[in-house]
Design a protein around this ligand. Structure first.
Ligand SMILES: Cc1cc2nc3c(=O)[nH]c(=O)nc-3n(C[C@H](O)[C@H](O)[C@H](O)COP(=O)(O)O)c2cc1C
Length: 481
């Protein structure tokens, strides 16, 4: 009875750095990663993504270094692991100017810079792009980032989400509540540019932030950009349930992925949202060629350049695992060295042997959503991701810029289109939100989203229930707001 098979959403996964996810690849002849500081590079990324009818170019970001192995910044610098890196927000207007449809997902952290200036920057992008922007909300996991913003160490994990929740509250007040749609009159005869009765201050006074307003930017197409988030923690899940529209989901097995999706949907429903108000995206790796054998050969070629050191740096390994007995457990070695497990829990477990951790890293970061083969092979696997795992789309990891995107566009997309699994054209004038949710005419957040309450001016001054009421106050950031 189903009218149309589920279609794949695709973002090109980018970061304005040389080595983003699959490390060492920048050394491959013909790879353009070193051009990330050139405007021409980003214009090509944008045009290529639009040629591929991608949903968006998705830009990751970090605001500190992966200082590792007690060797400071040297390993990350040598390997180009996310340093040097450029400010992703600054790339968007250039890319938008040479495209008409493709969207832009931009990462920004809620932990270190107060919300008012960010509200303005993001609203500027929404306005200038005609509603083509999304925001990947991150709370930042690097100690070195904390030290760049006046702190000695990371703010504890769950507390970062409590700060982020109030951060969102301020943004929604500015984006959704401060200006009416009809505020700008541009009425020369009456001498009224903006109707003062249609613009209001927000006068937000919370635990972490005090912001008077009004917002400085008139409303764009979407007002609030599409809210992306990646999480694997209980606090992050609660945050996603209230705020996120696109969630990066993981899981080692189909059952895990399905359970993660179901849990997030269930929590979203508890917040008065609909299950399908959230899209689920996975980071995927695809290596393809005209035949399975050629695709395998391409993978082998790529693997020659892969850097285990780069991968360990990115995995935030506190020690250089290559220097230890592979039969020892990570936890035992760390104890002996007097080093804490730190953020290594993102990739490893303390009871894991060094050897198994190294094998995991050495498998080219294949991960759960990895496909190598001909277009038929890959498309069949993707259909399984959509129908069996239940995800809505992928962030396409790049091995080679621009061959990864080019191969996907030339080989995989036609096959997906043949199967009715991928759009054959953009819908002119649609916002990123309309595209992702396939809801024409709904460029703005649905009425049932938490943010929509601020469309009623009276609600601007009613205190909103914080998502994490037990968090202690004030935060180390409150002085900065
Ligand atoms: C696809 C994907 C993209 C991510 N991009 C970034 C990023 O650009 N910057 C960042 O600081 N963290 C990024 N993260 C990490 C997440 O923000 C988050 O720290 C991680 O998913 C763990 O969630 P948790 O903090 O709720 O435990 C990304 C994670 C995933 C899965």
């Amino acid at each position: 009875m189903s009218a149309r098979p589920k279609q794949l959403h695709v973002n090109l996964f980018e970061m304005a750095c040389v080595s983003h996810i699959v490390h060492g690849m920048w050394r491959m002849p013909g790879n353009n990663r070193h051009r990330m500081g050139e405007m021409a590079y980003w214009l090509e990324v944008a045009k290529l993504s639009e040629e591929g009818l991608f949903d968006a170019v998705f830009l990751a970001d970090v605001i500190g270094t992966y200082d590792r192995f007690g060797a400071g910044d040297a390993p990350a610098l040598r390997e180009g692991v996310q340093i040097p890196n450029l400010d992703p927000l600054m790339l968007v207007p250039a890319m938008a100017a040479v495209t008409r449809h493709v969207g832009f997902g931009v990462t920004f952290s809620t932990t270190y810079e107060p919300p008012f200036a960010f509200a303005r920057r993001m609203a500027t992008l929404d306005l200038l792009t005609g509603g083509r922007v999304g925001w990947n909300v991150v709370t930042s996991y690097l100690r070195s980032a904390a030290q760049n913003f006046g702190l000695d160490d990371e703010i504890p994990h769950d507390r970062r989400y409590a700060i982020a929740d109030e951060y969102m509250d301020v943004l929604y007040k500015l984006w959704e509540g401060s200006w009416d749609d009809t505020a700008v009159r541009n009425d020369a005869a009456a001498g009224i540019y903006t109707n003062p009765d249609a613009v209001r201050r927000i006068n937000h006074t919370g635990t972490h932030f005090r912001v008077a307003g009004p917002h400085l930017v008139q409303p764009g197409r979407q007002r609030t950009p599409v809210v992306f988030q990646a999480t694997g923690s209980p606090a992050g899940l609660e945050f996603a349930a209230r705020h996120a529209e696109v969630v990066f989901i993981g899981g080692q097995t189909t059952a895990d992925v399905r359970a993660n999706i179901a849990r997030t949907r269930e929590r979203a429903r508890a917040h008065g949202r609909h299950g399908d108000d959230i899209r689920f995206i996975v980071m995927a790796g695809i290596v393809t060629d005209t035949t399975d054998a050629l695709a395998r050969k391409k993978l082998e070629k790529y693997q020659q350049y892969y850097s285990t050191e780069g991968a360990l740096v990115h995995a935030q390994a506190e020690i250089d695992l290559r220097r230890y007995d592979p039969n020892e457990r990570i936890g035992d070695v760390l104890r002996r060295e007097g080093v804490t497990f730190g953020n290594m829990n993102r990739r490893f477990r303390p009871d894991q042997t060094i050897g198994s951790a190294l094998r995991q890293i050495a498998t080219f970061d294949e991960g759960r959503f990895f496909a190598v083969g001909s277009p038929t092979t890959v498309a069949t696997q993707i259909e399984g991701w959509l129908d069996i795992d239940g995800v809505d789309g992928i962030n396409l990891r790049q091995y080679h810029s621009f061959d990864t995107a080019r191969d996907f566009i030339d080989l995989i997309i036609p096959e997906l289109q043949r199967r009715g699994r991928y759009r054959t054209a953009y819908t002119p004038g649609e916002s990123l939100r309309e595209r992702l949710f396939e809801r024409p005419g709904q460029a703005r957040l649905p009425e049932r989203h938490f943010a929509a309450r601020y469309r009623d001016p009276a609600a601007l001054h009613a205190p909103a229930a914080p998502l994490f009421p037990d968090e202690p106050a004030p935060s180390p950031l409150s002085k900065a707001s």
